[in-house]
Design a protein around this ligand. Sequence first.
Ligand code: ATR
Length: 315
Amino acid sequence: MATGNATVCGVIGNPVGHSLSPLMHNEIARALGLDYIYVPCPVEENAVGDAIRGAYALGFTGLNVTVPHKQRVIPFLAETDGAVRCIGACNTLVRLPEVGAQGDMRRASSGQEDNKSIGYKGYNTDVEGLFRAMSGQDMKIFGRDCLLIGAGGAARAAAYLLVREGAASVTVLNRSLDRAEALTEDMRKMAAEMNRADCGLKLQALLPDRWNQLPGDSYLAIQCTSVGMYPHVDEAPIEDAKFYQKISQAVDIVYTPSQTRFMKYAEAAGSRVCGGLDMLIFQGVAALELWNPGVKVPQEVVERIRAIMEERLHE
Ligand code: ATR
């Protein structure tokens, strides 16, 4: 139960009514007995700066940011994490400590704030969420030949993780080849930014229907398109069952349904699979841990939260 001293956080987006984050964060707070509360905050496209300034003035410790504001928030932040700069999207804001009379906080609270000095640092916990979800299934990236299916916003966080964790090669499969090529080019820049430019990462872009040009038979595949998402549950980005024989581990970031057609194909071909609900849960857990220093959400609480969220998704 939150007291008058509670750590207050929330989610901004438009809409936010469907968001599972308030349920997840408040359940974790209850399970761990944290003095912490998380609220949904619908914010119009033209009010993002006002919302961040308002949250700062109201003493919010942090905010999650969801569609369509993940890029839009960036100019309003005092600082950004390297991952945010590489990916170009931010899903978590963390209030910076007060920095004194000459610092940003003072300007922010004296009414002279500009867009760059609002007092939050931006992170991208989608990366950490994907990393923890995959680690939980014993899926390792280092030295692996990987397939990244999709080249939109969600794929960028996965792309960053694949570069960071030392994939040997990444083939981006996307319906629009130009977007796949643009993402491989950006991954080269990410590698340079992370001082990994000389680590030998091989990158290529490919149309999905050219999958039979792939030479390997044991890829780690991460599905980052919206294909297969409810209500289009009978769709997969590649329908040929033979494609899935080339995969040994498969991740889908879609979580509605919890078992996508992509995952079913991959499982039928003998792959280990990881669904999007774990990524969703762990991006939230990572944010909660940033906002509540010293808190580490134990695995049994994660399991309980997953059961609650699955139940909600099936309602
Ligand atoms: P998000 O931020 O959720 O990733 P996005 O940036 O619009 O959203 O990207 C959506 C991704 O899903 C893209 O890779 C898109 O392919 P295109 O780049 O060719 O548009 C892919 N996608 C969406 N609908 C698709 C469909 N019906 N078939 C194949 N790919 C699809």
